[in-house]
Design a protein around this ligand. Structure first.
Ligand SMILES: *Cc1c(COP(=O)(O)O)cnc(C)c1O
Length: 370
């Protein structure tokens, strides 16, 4: 599904040098490379503060911890997303409230959120799924009306740009009160292990977030809050400093590949190519299609037999997961999410795809439908 080796080969010298500089310095935790990366990413995203942490799940957890929520407070989340988005809510003894998705862009929007807002709603966590922004104008307006925080889970859309109706453009992850991301190797900006980051334009939240990520310390050995130990390693920051320079180029390569898939697969009946939203560009973390004839699973098996990898993100809605059953009323269902979980599948999408590789994939998909 991804070609991390091919991507590394092209920038091996630069990466190896950056890593060996960290090893030579023996600054493995903290230090100048982390500061440099946080600054570089803040500049890239045009956000005031970037705080590195250990992974994208921790980033979400720390973001929520910084909002001084109380047990039982409600956090609105998509049901069609990766488990991490809801997991941290339950861990913090908050209540995840699961939402349906837009059938076209797979994301949540203000109209889907509105009916679920109660007096206990404190946070909305929109997820910019597969590389495309949620419609943030509506979400921010709704949040403001109800005095609710917005934490953007931007693990899949780093580098994507959101265009407001008023003409301003902002980077995904910098629009809500807090944004989070993951540097898991297969993400669009991936490191060589686990890593994550948190973004905010709010100075007070920045301080709180830094404190929580560092054992709740205001200064060394003075712990004002219960915190966690969640750090981005210096070696990972060194890798990310190099890869960040190529992130726009990587997004372009992903778009070129996506456009080629589109051009070749658009005509196939019972197969729907990804819909591009007018308010967001797409960084194609995944190239996700829908199979509308009920044969998605057969297609995936067929491709597997032919040696073509594909993925199903996500096969089971979060609201139907055993671990989250206590948060869901009997008989509750989210029809669009259910439909997406039955219909979606993703084709290989990465920065090293060639037309030849894509043709092999495309021909296999087409032969299934013919
Ligand atoms: C990958 C991902 C996460 C978690 O990131 P990790 O670094 O693996 O903890 C959270 N949310 C979404 C939407 C993701 O895709």
């Amino acid at each position: 599904m991804v070609d991390l080796k091919g991507q590394y080969a092209k920038i091996k010298n630069e990466i190896d040098q950056a890593m060996s500089e960290v090893v030579d310095s023996c600054y493995f935790v903290g230090g100048p490379v982390i500061k440099e990366f946080e600054k570089n990413l803040s500049t890239f995203l045009d956000v005031k503060h970037t705080i590195g942490c250990a992974n994208g799940t921790d980033a979400l957890q720390i973001a929520l911890m910084a909002l001084d929520l109380k047990e039982g407070d409600e956090v609105i989340v998509p049901s069609f997303t990766y488990v991490a988005t809801a997991e941290v809510i339950a861990l913090l003894k908050l209540k995840p409230v699961f939402l349906d998705a837009d059938i076209n862009n797979y994301n949540v929007n203000a109209d889907l959120i509105r009916p679920y807002i109660t007096a206990k709603t404190k946070v909305i966590v929109p997820v910019h799924l597969f590389g495309q922004c949620c419609d943030m104008d509506g979400i921010m307006k709704l949040a403001k009306e109800h005095n609710i925080y917005v934490v953007e889970d931007n693990a899949q859309a780093i580098g994507a740009t959101y265009a407001s109706a008023n003409g301003t453009k902002q980077m995904a992850g910098t629009i809500g009160h807090i944004g989070t991301t993951s540097f898991f190797p297969a993400k669009n900006l991936g490191c060589f292990g686990d890593g994550g980051a948190i973004f905010t334009n709010d100075d007070v939240l920045n301080q709180k977030i830094r404190m929580i990520a560092n054992h709740g310390q205001s200064k060394r050995y003075y712990h004002d809050k219960v915190g966690v130990n969640s750090r981005l390693d210096s070696i990972q920051a060194a890798v990310l400093n190099v890869k960040l320079k190529y992130l726009d180029e990587y997004a372009k390569a992903r778009n070129t590949a996506a456009n080629y898939y589109d051009s070749q697969l658009k005509g196939v009946s019972q197969l729907l190519t990804p819909v591009r939203s007018e308010f967001s560009d797409h960084v194609f973390h995944q190239y996700t299609l829908r199979v509308t004839n009920g044969k998605r699973d057969q297609l995936v098996d067929y491709l597997k037999e032919k040696g073509i990898p594909s993925g199903i993100y996500y096969p089971v809605p979060l609201y139907e997961q055993l671990a989250y059953s206590e948060y869901v009323a009997d008989g509750f269902s989210l029809p669009v999410t259910d439909q997406l979980c039955k219909e979606v599948f993703s084709l290989p999408m990465h920065t090293e795809l060639t037309t030849e590789i894509q043709d092999t994939i495309i021909n296999a998909v087409k032969s299934f439908f013919s």
